[in-house]
Design a protein around this ligand. Structure first.
Ligand SMILES: O=P(O)(O)OC[C@H]1O[C@H](O)[C@H](O)[C@@H](O)[C@@H]1O
Length: 552
C-alpha cells in the first residue's frame, strides 16, 4: 500500500466478500459454542504485557477470525503500522510523522526522523520536566512570596486536558500528599471560577498546556488565571509573579514567550505528537508533579511494552489488532454503532471520556487519506461509565435493547484502596459483578429458565435475556502507572488498526475547525454588533436575540 496509490478499498478485498457472506447467515450461539468447544476460551484469551484479555465472549468464531485476519493482510495493516513506527508521514493531510510511540522509547534507543534523532529530543525534554517536577514536589520551587506550591492547575483542553485528568484520577493512589492538581478546560467562566474559588494564589502554580498555543479556550483561561493571580498577590511585580507561577507546555515556544512566559519555564514537544496522543509527552507535566518522575517512567514503560507487543506480535496473537478487527466486524457487518467501555475501577471514571477523544476524533472521518470518500461506515460512538454505576442506569439497554452494543469490561485483581465491610471483601463483591455481567450478556436466560423460576407466563417474555451480546474482558494485576500506560496504548493501537482497515487518516481532526471559525465570526454579534448579527442565519440571529434579551 503506497501513498501514491492511495489506500486499498477494504470492501474490494476477497476477505471483505468472505465476511459479507458469513454475516449474511451469521447466527451466533455462545451457549453452544462454549458447550461444543472446550478450547474456545484458551484460543481466544491473550496476554499482552500485563494485560490479560479474554475475547471468547465475543461474537466471533474461527471462520470470522480467519477472514478478519485475511482482511488485515489484504489492506496491509502491518505495513501501515511499520510505516508509523518508522516515522513516515502517515498523517497525510498535515504531512506529518505520527510518532507518539517515540515518546516512550527508552533513552538508549535511536530513531532518526527527518534527519533528527527524536529519542535524544524526547529525553532531553523529559529530563527537564522531571527536574521541574522534583523542585515542585520537594518545595524547592516556591511562589513569588516564597511560599511552597500546594496546588498545580493545568489549563488546557482536548488532548491537553483529557489525558492528564484521566491519568491523575486513575493514579490517585500514587499521588504525593499535600500537593493537589486541578484542571481548567472549559471556556465557560464557571470552570475557572469554581476551580480557583478556594485557592491561595501564593501557593498556586499554573501549567498552560496547548500544543498550538493558539486555542481560544486555553488562552482565555490562561489570561483569566493570570489576572486572578496578580489580583490575589496584590502589588507583586507582574513579570516576577508570572515567572514563579506560570509554566507552559507547547510545540509553539515563540507564542509561549509572546504570552509572557519565560522560555526557560516552557517544555516543548513536536508536531508529530497528536493532541490526543500526548499525555505521555510534556503535556503530562501535571501528572509528573503528582506521581513523580519514577511513576511517570513506569507509565512510559507500560506504553512501550504495549507498543512492542503491537509492533512484533503475529497478527493472530496481536491484541490491539484483534480487538480493532473485531470492532470492524461489529461495526461494518453486525451493524453496531456504539461501543461501551465499562471500567470496574472507580479510579478510571474519566477513561471513557478520554477514549471518546482518542477514538472518535481519530476515526470519525468521511474521507480516506487520499481524499476519496470512505467506502464503508467508519468510527464508533464510544461511551461508558464505571461499573457498577452503569448497571443501575443503562445496562438495561445493553442486556435487552434492540441494538448491538459491544462492550469492553476492565477490572483489576488488586484494588487501589482495599476495604472490608464486616467479613466481606468489598472488592470481591465488586468483581463478582464484573464477572456476572459478561456472563449474563453472553449466555442470557431462556424462556424455559424464566418459567422454571415460577414466573407468570404473561411476563416471561419481559424477563428473557437473549444473550449473545458481545464483550471483551480486560484484566490486569493492579491499576499501576505501568498498567495504565499499557491500557492507553492498547486503545491507541486498536484505533490505529480500525483506521488502517478503513483507509483513513486517523491523525488529523479537520472536523473541529468549522465550529471554531464560526465562533470567532459570531462573537461580535453576541456582543451586540448589529452588522455581524445580520450576517447570521435566521435561527442563529433569533437565538442571539434571545440571549441579548435575557442576559443579566
Ligand atoms: O493543545 P491545543 O493545541 O490547545 O489543542 C487542544 C485540542 O483542540 C483541538 O481543537 C483539537 O480538536 C484537539 O485535538 C486538541 O487536543
Amino acid at each position: 500500500m503506497s501513498d501514491a496509490a492511495g489506500p486499498v478499498d477494504p470492501t474490494s478485498t476477497e476477505a471483505w466478500s468472505r465476511l459479507t457472506t458469513i454475516a449474511s447467515d451469521f447466527a451466533p450461539d455462545l451457549r453452544r459454542w462454549f458447550a461444543d468447544d472446550p478450547g474456545r476460551v484458551g484460543r481466544l484469551t491473550f496476554d499482552a504485557a500485563d494485560l490479560h484479555v479474554d475475547l471468547s465472549k465475543g461474537l466471533v468464531d474461527d471462520d470470522v477470525l480467519a477472514a478478519l485476519l485475511a482482511l488485515a493482510e489484504q489492506v496491509d495493516v502491518a505495513g501501515r503500522r511499520d510505516a508509523m513506527f518508522r516515522g513516515d508521514h502517515i498523517n497525510v493531510t498535515e504531512d506529518r510523522a505520527v510518532l507518539h510511540t517515540a515518546l516512550r522509547l527508552p533513552a538508549d534507543a535511536t530513531l532518526q526522523v527527518d534527519g533528527q534523532d527524536v529519542v535524544d529530543d524526547v529525553h532531553e525534554v523529559l529530563d527537564r520536566v522531571y527536574a521541574f517536577a522534583e523542585q515542585v514536589r520537594s518545595g524547592a520551587w516556591t511562589g513569588v512570596t516564597g511560599e511552597r506550591i500546594r496546588t498545580v492547575v493545568n489549563i488546557g483542553i482536548g488532548g491537553s486536558d483529557l489525558g492528564p485528568v484521566m491519568a491523575y484520577e486513575a493514579l490517585a493512589a500514587y499521588r504525593q500528599d499535600g500537593l493537589e492538581c486541578r484542571f481548567i478546560s472549559n471556556i465557560d467562566p464557571t470552570d475557572a471560577a469554581t476551580t480557583l474559588a478556594d485557592l491561595d494564589p501564593a501557593s498556586t502554580l499554573f501549567i498552560v498546556s496547548s500544543k498550538t498555543f493558539g486555542t481560544l479556550e486555553t488562552l482565555t483561561n490562561a489570561r483569566l488565571c493570570k489576572q486572578w493571580l496578580l489580583d490575589g498577590l496584590g502589588g507583586q511585580d507582574a513579570a516576577d509573579a508570572v515567572a514563579k507561577h506560570f509554566v507552559a507546555v507547547s510545540t509553539a515556544l515563540d507564542k509561549v514567550a509572546d504570552f509572557g512566559i519565560d522560555p526557560a519555564n516552557a517544555f516543548g514537544f513536536w508536531d508529530w505528537v497528536g493532541g490526543r496522543y500526548s499525555v505521555d509527552s510534556a503535556i503530562g507535566t501535571s501528572l509528573v508533579v503528582a506521581i513523580g518522575p519514577e511513576g511517570f517512567r513506569d507509565l512510559l514503560s507500560g506504553f512501550h511494552a504495549m507498543d512492542e507487543h503491537f509492533r512484533t506480535a503475529d497478527l493472530a496473537e496481536n491484541v490491539p489488532v484483534l480487538m480493532g478487527l473485531l470492532n470492524v466486524w461489529y461495526t461494518n457487518f453486525l451493524d453496531a454503532q456504539t461501543h461501551a467501555v465499562l471500567p470496574y475501577a472507580q479510579l478510571l471514571h474519566r477513561f471513557p471520556a478520554y477514549l471518546q477523544q482518542l477514538t472518535m476524533e481519530s476515526n470519525g472521518k468521511g474521507v480516506r487519506w487520499d481524499g476519496s470518500p470512505v467506502t464503508t461506515d467508519t468510527g464508533e460512538v464510544f461511551w461508558g461509565e464505571p461499573g457498577t454505576n452503569g448497571q443501575h442506569a443503562f445496562y438495561q439497554l445493553i442486556h435487552q435493547g434492540t441494538r448491538l452494543i459491544p462492550a469492553d469490561f476492565i477490572a483489576f485483581a488488586t484494588p487501589a484502596y482495599p476495604l472490608v465491610d464486616g467479613a466481606q471483601d468489598v472488592h470481591e463483591l465488586f468483581l463478582a459483578n464484573f464477572f456476572a455481567q459478561t456472563r449474563a450478556l453472553a449466555f442470557g436466560k431462556t424462556a424455559d429458565e424464566v418459567r422454571a423460576e415460577g414466573t407468570r407466563e404473561e411476563i416471561v417474555p419481559a424477563r428473557v435475556f437473549s444473550g449473545n451480546r458481545p464483550t471483551a474482558s480486560i484484566m490486569a494485576p493492579a491499576l499501576t502507572p505501568g498498567v495504565l500506560g499499557q491500557l492507553i496504548a492498547l486503545y491507541e493501537h486498536i484505533t490505529f488498526t480500525q483506521g488502517a482497515v478503513w483507509g483513513i487518516d486517523s491523525f488529523d481532526q479537520w472536523g473541529v475547525e468549522l465550529g471554531k471559525q464560526l465562533a470567532q465570526q459570531i462573537s461580535p454579534a453576541v456582543g451586540g454588533d448589529a452588522e455581524a448579527a445580520a450576517q447570521q442565519d435566521a435561527s442563529t440571529q433569533a437565538l442571539i436575540d434571545y440571549y441579548r434579551r435575557h442576559r443579566s
